[in-house]
Design a protein. Sequence first.
Length: 140
Amino acid sequence: MKKLISLGLLTSGMVAIAAMTTPLASASSPVKYYKEYTASSNPSCPYIVWHAAESNGHFNGVAYYSDLSGYSFLTGTIDVNGKIHVELKKTDFGNGPVGTVTGVKRQDGTISIKITGEGCANGTAVIKPSNNLGSLMGGG
């Protein structure tokens, strides 16, 4: 239980840090939130859990393995054509996913990605937007 509480606080803190490092959204570019679980191309690997925010072409947040073995920061961009480029860099908390994420943002708001990285950080996925920050942090 202590590990889950600590993990929840860590997730909230990392999302807050990511939000603070993202430029403020303008009226024409609201913040979009994403929370998704994606499988590795290796079936014996844990899922990757994504918590991210997009604003003004910036894409920031955290990713971690579903077995809670480690966290990573994700930072990158989504250009005007919808192309995405994100780097996953592990933090000091365990052994999180490391690699590069490329893909495209579709007209429906979903992001189709390819993860190329170390170990279990490989595969393809579609990340769907969440309705609000509360759902990103586990509430509503």
